[in-house]
Design a binder for this molecule. Structure first.
Ligand code: PMV
Length: 329
């Protein structure tokens, strides 16, 4: 075929493409990770964000539909700082591809502003779907780098832990600015994730910690250093399956998160209810000021503890198994 017969680059051969990404939980070390200490996180594979791109009519450009929010954006007209528009633009730039005439629809099973990585999962699903539509399956490293740029729009100064655990979809040992390490899970660990139903905005929580640290640096730096030590210890307990020790580390991490001002009475009540019903330990997960707690439980006690969490006001409770990548509603 001569060059004249090649289709123009805007006419993509692929008519539709999908991309998806899991949610995540931070097991230990949120907030201190922003200050260079290690943290541990794991994907929640059963709670996912999904994106589908479908070919549209010539000249329409790229339309972004956030189906759960009832929001539609025309890429050309969307503000630069809009995270979905930014994810799309970054992907097109990275692939040196012109804007396709298509509709990209996003759906997510993850609660928003709840510390389960909804923003990063949505970005990763979008980037993957758009890449696939453009005929380019992007590797995890590229997806991660693009999603990190989007996270900066959401959060200002993110450590990068969310996009990393979500793009790679495996448990990670994470230190800001370094290549992520694999977190080895020995015997599977059962967690309950309980949603307070209160939205917690990561940017606000992180900015609050930063401001309070400026007023009392020694006290905050001591908390962060201890949180980093807890993450190191938790890493070892996960390798060998010492769940009694891991539970105690969760409890201490929660107390430190209270001390830096990111818990809420509702989160404390959920953690207390889980412990009283037999959890080995419990802590808030993610930025706090709302969102979720995680409780380490035995499989046998999980139903009783889930019921106790619901009775204590949890809007939703999920069960997930670290080391098996499973979660149930
Ligand atoms: O997005 P969240 O709520 O999971 O919070 C991210 C974890 C923080 O350590 C609070 C912030 C960061 O950038 O690591």
């Amino acid at each position: 075929m001569s060059e004249n017969h090649l289709p123009p680059v805007t006419q993509y051969a692929i008519r539709s493409a999908h991309g998806d990404a899991p949610g995540k939980v931070i097991l230990c070390g949120e907030h201190s990770v922003v200050y260079g200490y290690p943290a541990l996180a794991a994907p929640v594979s059963a709670l996912r964000a999904r994106a589908v791109v479908e070919a549209g009519s010539p000249g329409m450009g790229l339309r972004l539909v956030a189906a759960d929010l009832g929001e539609t954006l025309i890429l050309r007209a969307a503000p630069a700082a809009h995270p979905l528009a930014a994810a799309a633009r970054l992907t097109l730039t990275a692939l040196a591809a012109p804007e396709p005439d298509a509709t990209l629809t996003l759906r997510s099973e993850l609660p928003i502003a709840a510390g389960l990585g909804s923003g990063a999962a949505t970005a990763v699903a979008l980037i993957r779907a758009l890449g696939a539509y453009l005929g380019r399956a992007l590797d995890a490293e590229t997806v991660n780098a693009l999603a990190y740029e989007v996270e900066k729009l959401h959060h200002g100064t993110p450590s990068g832990i969310d996009n990393t655990v979500i793009a790679w979809e495996c448990p990670v040992y994470f230190i800001k600015g370094r290549a992520p390490g694999l977190l080895t899970i020995g015997p599977p660990a059962t967690l309950l994730i309980a949603n307070s139903g209160i939205p917690g905005v990561t940017r606000v929580a992180v900015a609050g910690v930063r401001a309070r640290r400026e007023a009392a640096p020694a006290r905050y730096d001591a908390c962060f250093a201890r949180m980093g030590a807890l993450a190191e210890a938790a890493r070892r307990t996960l390798e060998i399956g010492d769940f009694a020790a891991l539970g105690a580390l969760f409890d201490e991490n929660h107390a430190l998160l209270q001390a830096i001002g990111v818990s809420l009475p509702e989160l404390d009540a959920l953690a207390t209810a889980a412990r009283a019903a037999g959890a080995l330990g419990a802590k808030l997960t993610g930025a706090g000021l709302g969102g979720n707690i995680i409780a380490l439980v035995t499989p046998a006690a999980a139903p009783t503890i889930a019921a106790a969490l619901q009775a204590a006001g949890a809007a939703q409770v999920w069960r997930t198994t670290l080391g098996e990548g499973k979660a149930e509603g």
